[in-house]
Design a protein. Structure first.
Length: 93
């Protein structure tokens, strides 16, 4: 399979980044446009990994540019709490 697993969502984000940048009135607006471009790049890499065009792990660097380690740890911790709750419920039955 080639591309398309996320319906080329990255290209939509690129268009939005272009629009934000062209209408930017402050440095914060321009910084946000830059952030959107980074998100689009991460989506592109992820989509190609999910589609089998890139290998597993090829997306990591671009995703880490927009998602910090703290957020990753938060998600893993939340998943662990859910798993622990489900384990406790299963053991009580």
């Amino acid at each position: 399979m080639s591309g398309g697993s996320l319906e080329y969502a990255y290209s939509k984000i690129e268009y939005i980044a272009d629009d934000v940048e062209s209408q930017a009135r402050t440095p914060l607006h321009k910084a946000f446009a830059s952030h959107l471009r980074d998100v689009a790049t991460a989506l592109h890499y992820l989509e190609w990994v999910l589609s089998g065009d890139y290998g597993p792990g090829d997306e990591v660097e671009s995703i880490r540019k927009v998602v910090d380690k703290t957020k990753e740890i938060q998600v893993v911790t939340e998943n662990a709490y859910v798993a622990l709750k489900e384990l406790r419920e299963a053991l009580e039955k």
